[in-house]
Ligand binder design. Structure first.
Ligand code: ZN
Ligand code: ZN
Length: 1006
């Protein structure tokens, strides 16, 4: 049964009702059950971080997923659609640190100062790791629940009752298994290296965890006097004076030329300095000299071994003696800028570290985890490194070693969570040797299908090509514990499964595998009998999601599940995942299974603000999905998100409520499309309900004989739209699919076909009943097919329409994806209709030029086709042309018969001549139609039902009354009037201006 849809498309209200309907009918589970026996399709959700909040990018991400999952289900696949959440890591820890209390802490004045954790020491000594980790867990779960609700409000159908969570024991176990696998293959190792370090969070950070922005720092040139010739100095340059106490070498480029020169300035000032030849001018200016004289030149390679006196004396017990300590060495990375000599502190820079390694100089790192100097540099012990810069500069100046001191602005790295400037530190960390599996990773990129292709062949490949060892250890609490136990004797044990913990000290079945509980599990060393303890580190949170493809199905514990689903057929994430999730999965997959865990990767882009800038809280340009959905509905937001651009091109989201007037064009335009469809359905469902149209009785195949050409045109257009949508989704060009739907609704369905059939729906003439049914049948088909193919994009609206149009399933999402019926496609009919559309448009243009109103019929139009076929096109749709052009007569003529007094205009099929002559009959009809339009408007204003009969009283000048009189029956029929009377002006009549003449009308409902 068809039920009329409500008057207005109030999207937020309708969407809420639909979600309640899905809940009450269990539509989601029924849809899944329907496909249970279908071919399995393993999709893995890239787990969003539990931030508690869905931003526009996450909304786009889940929209794309939801579109594709629904589409595959409609194609019969049994789709695994488990959502995931990335729940460990620093972001949660930092949030918890901010809100947790440190009991008993007082400030300088002895007053209580308990809010917020300031160091790891406070967590370990006062709060307790167990308490801290439990708080993190609760916090993550709350955030997950909040996000789940927001995803549901977007209409996303996933298995929300059974998400995979990276904090679950079985997930942790899968991560451990992967580490064990890497260890077995010799890909896991620990070593001392210089890593990026957050002094506040007191942990190593990965490159991906560092945010860069400009920072003002000192820029100093410092002299290192030579041992052999203390009056001559090597001149180095640095922006980190605080690293100078750890200086162990000076690097020169082997192939560059260096000079020893006397620099002279005012007041008889002279300095003997060694710097790169090309930089001497620069040094002269920066040092405040006026001239210099070169005394000697050397190649960088000949300077190796030149000994100098370091700026700070370090107790020799902290330094490993070696040949090149405090000497000039060579390095290729030395550039032709500043002084051309590079201060080298192997404890504080990765390049420096490598250089030290080449020359056998062990790093010296007098800085602890919290970024404070240790007793190894007593002068500054206990102070934070970046705060001592000014003091260091002062000391250098007093020692006469400072040549120049300035400030510069430069890009500097900061911790992604707490925004503290990072430092480099030499520490012991755990690494996965990605370079060892790089070749396999590259060949896997070739095997996998990437959408677009360059996402793999260029972006991912470039990234993997430059892959370095992956530092997977973090010195924190809320994460997957590294499953490595070590003994003092050097013995090491890597645990892969929980069963391997049995027999250890401190293990109890079912225990939480997080810190600090796991830290109490120890083994007896098989080699020396000593105690094996776990390495206290946890895993980099980026590693967590890297194992999702097997951890989410509980492998290796659940082997059968794995057999059933593995491998993953499809993933889709934003382009920043080239170095994130695409990469971590590729690496972890190759290490564990010798393959990428996925077969197809689709890359999507970002949602930017109206100006194309990244949305960020600090810029105040964030658009909240909730805000948009509460005004135009989630469906309009979804449709806009995917129609705006190709999925892999960034979208400047057209929404800015700070503007005056507010800019809302993006979602609003998408809403207009949906509203247009709504109005089509409203029109159709209203008449069909009144006529109790039983769509089941009128199969298009059996109605064939009764279809007009325009009906067949509509069928053809419908099939073309379906084909375009299918093709768009298959090629992942979702924008093309969405635009195909949009064009079809706006141009074919609403702007054209509905106009053509209005009169047919209206007729009560018995003989025309089958013609009316033919139009219903066409319209019904068009609407239902559209609702079905739109359903992945606009799940709520499609459901509402489907249910009102008598859809047979509990949900539109249980429908099969409709195949394109080729027998409905008629290219010739479409071509001919296109000619008619062109003619109608041309006639409207010509009318406008002549000041001829559309409601006034044209006496005749001459068509002079360039050949027979051209005229045939018009003949096929002569009625349509007459109706849409409001033309009384079409006359086909040959070129020699074109009336001399008329101006022909050309169209694609030949020439057309409009006869604008106004006869009394035409004038009468014109006025009649003008009157009808006013009465219809009044009916509308009075909100009369279409079936409502009325009485009409009209007051106008005699001439018009005479004209109206000849069209009285027609007018009555069109406006559903039982009577029309022409009378003198009366009270209550509404006055209208019809082409300058006053006409008064009274409409009385019966
Ligand atoms: Zn930090
Ligand atoms: Zn041992």
């Amino acid at each position: 049964m068809i039920k009329q849809v409500r008057a207005n498309y109030t999207a937020p209200v309708i969407e809420k009702e639909i979600r309640d309907y899905w809940d009450s009918t269990d539509a989601y589970h029924k849809t899944k059950e329907l496909r249970e026996k279908g071919e399995r399709f393993y999709f893995v959700d890239g787990p969003p971080y539990t931030s508690g909040h869905v931003h526009m990018g996450t909304a786009l991400n889940k929209t794309i997923k939801d579109i594709l999952l629904r589409y595959w289900r409609m194609n019969g696949f049994n789709v695994r659609d488990q959502p995931g959440f990335d729940m460990h890591g620093l972001p949660i820890e930092v949030q918890v640190e901010k809100k947790i209390n440190v009991p008993g802490r007082v400030n300088k004045d002895g007053k209580p100062d308990e809010v917020g954790v300031r160091s790891k020491k406070e967590i370990e000594d006062i709060i307790g790791i167990d308490n801290f980790v439990n708080t993190c867990k609760q916090h993550a779960l709350t955030l997950q629940a909040d996000m789940t609700e927001e995803f549901k409000e977007l209409g996303v159908w996933m298995d929300w009752d059974h998400p995979y969570q990276t904090i679950k024991n079985e997930y942790i176990e899968s991560a451990w298994w992967t580490i064990q696998k890497a260890s077995d293959r010799g890909l896991l190792d620990s070593s001392s290296r210089v890593v990026t370090w957050c002094p506040r969070c007191e942990t190593a950070l990965a490159e991906a965890e560092i945010e860069y922005w400009d920072e003002t720092d000192p820029s100093v040139m410092v002299k290192f006097p030579l041992i052999d010739d203390p009056n001559t100095s090597l001149l180095i340059w640095t922006t980190t004076p605080w690293t100078l106490p750890a200086n162990l070498m000076v690097a020169a480029h082997p192939d560059m030329t260096y000079v020893k020169a006397v620099f002279s300035g005012e007041d008889d000032r002279h300095e003997k300095i060694i710097c790169m030849e090309s930089q001497a001018e620069y040094v002269m200016k920066k040092g405040g000299f006026t001239s210099f004289t070169v005394l000697e030149k050397y190649k960088g390679k000949d300077m190796v071994g030149m000994a100098y006196k370091p700026p700070f004396e370090i107790d020799p017990k902290y330094l490993k003696q070696s040949e090149y300590l405090f000497k000039v060495v060579n390095a290729d990375y030395v550039e032709q800028d500043n002084t051309g000599l590079v201060h080298t502190a192997p404890g504080f820079g990765p390049d420096d570290y490598d250089t030290g390694k080449r020359y056998g100089v062990a790093p010296f790192c007098p800085v602890g985890e919290s970024g404070r100097y240790t007793e190894e540099f007593p002068l500054m012990e206990g102070r934070k490194v970046k705060t001592v810069n000014e003091d260091i500069i002062k000391i250098l100046d007093e020692k006469g070693l400072l040549l120049n001191s300035e400030k510069i602005k430069h890009r500097y790295g900061h911790c992604w969570r707490c925004k503290t400037p990072i430092i480099y530190r030499n520490t012991r960390q755990w690494f996965l040797s990605v370079p060892k599996v790089k070749e396999k990773m590259l060949s896997e990129i070739d095997r996998v299908k990437w959408v677009p292709d360059w996402a793999g062949s260029t972006r991912e490949k470039n990234w993997v090509d430059g892959a370095r060892d992956w530092c997977i250890s973090r010195q924190r609490y809320w994460g997957i514990p590294i499953p490595v136990w070590e003994c003092k004797c050097g013995e090491r044990k890597v645990i892969g499964q929980v069963t391997e913990l049995k027999g250890s000290e401190g293990y109890t079945e079912g225990m939480d595998l997080h810190r600090p509980w796991i830290d109490n599990v120890t083994f007896k060393c098989p080699k020396c009998g000593g105690v094996m303890r776990r390495v206290p580190d946890i895993l980099d949170v980026w590693f967590d999601s890297g194992v999702a493809a097997w951890a989410s199905i509980g492998y290796p514990a659940k082997k059968d599940e794995f057999e059933k689903w593995w491998p993953c057929r499809f993933i889709v994430e934003a382009h920043d995942q080239t170095r994130g999730w695409f990469y971590s999965q590729l690496g972890a997959g190759v290490m564990s299974f010798d393959r990428a865990p996925y077969d197809e990767v689709m890359m999507h882009a970002w949602m930017l603000d109206t100006k194309g800038q990244k949305m960020s809280k600090s810029l105040g340009n964030v658009v909240e999905p909730k805000e948009v959905a509460s005004e135009f509905g989630a469906d309009a937001m979804r449709l806009y998100s995917v129609r705006a651009n190709a999925p892999w091109d960034d979208t400047s989201f057209q929404w800015d409520t700070k503007k005056n007037p507010p800019l809302k064009e993006g979602p609003k335009n998408a809403w207009k499309v949906l509203n247009t469809f709504w109005n089509v359905v409203k029109f159709a469902s209203m008449y069909m309900e009144i006529d109790e149209f039983d769509y089941k009785k009128y199969d298009p195949a059996e109605m064939k004989l009764y279809f007009r050409f325009e009906d067949r045109w509509m069928f053809s257009r419908t099939e073309k739209m379906k084909a375009a949508v299918t093709e768009g989704i298959e090629s992942r060009e979702l924008h093309k699919a969405a635009r195909a739907i949009e064009d079809y609704i706006m141009e074919d369905l609403s702007k054209w076909y509905v106009k053509l059939v209005r009169d047919r729906s209206w007729t009560e003439d018995r003989e025309s009943q089958v013609d009316k049914l033919a139009s219903y049948c066409t319209l019904y088909y068009a609407i239902m097919q559209t609702a079905i193919v739109m359903s992945p994009f606009t799940p709520h609206l499609s459901e509402e329409i489907y249910q009102h149009m008598g859809g047979e399933n509990t949900s539109v999402h249980m429908e099969d994806w409709p195949a394109v019926n080729v027998s409905y496609i008629h290219n010739d009919i479409e071509t001919n209709m296109a000619v008619i559309q062109e003619l109608v448009e041309d006639i409207a243009t010509e009318r406008a030029k002549m000041g001829s109103k559309l409601r006034w019929p044209l006496k005749q139009v001459f068509i002079c086709g360039k050949d027979k076929n051209a005229n045939k096109a018009v003949e096929m749709f002569e009625d349509v042309l007459k109706q849409q052009g409001n033309i009384k007569n079409i006359v086909y003529i040959t070129a020699d018969k074109i009336p001399r007094d008329k101006e022909p205009c050309s169209y694609s099929g030949g020439q057309m001549i409009i006869d604008f002559d106004v006869t009394p009959e035409i004038e009468a009809e014109g006025y009649a139609r003008e009157l009808i339009r006013r009465i219809q408007q009044m009916r509308k204003d009075m909100k009369l039902n279409v079936e409502q009969f009325i009485d009409i009283r009209v007051s106008a000048e005699d001439y018009l009354v005479k004209l109206f009189g000849t069209w009285k029956d027609f007018i009555a029929g069109e406006v559903r009037a039982k009577s029309i009377e022409f009378v003198a002006p009366e009270e209550g009549m509404k006055s209208w201006d019809i082409t300058g003449k006053d006409v008064k009308i009274l409409v009385t409902p019966l």
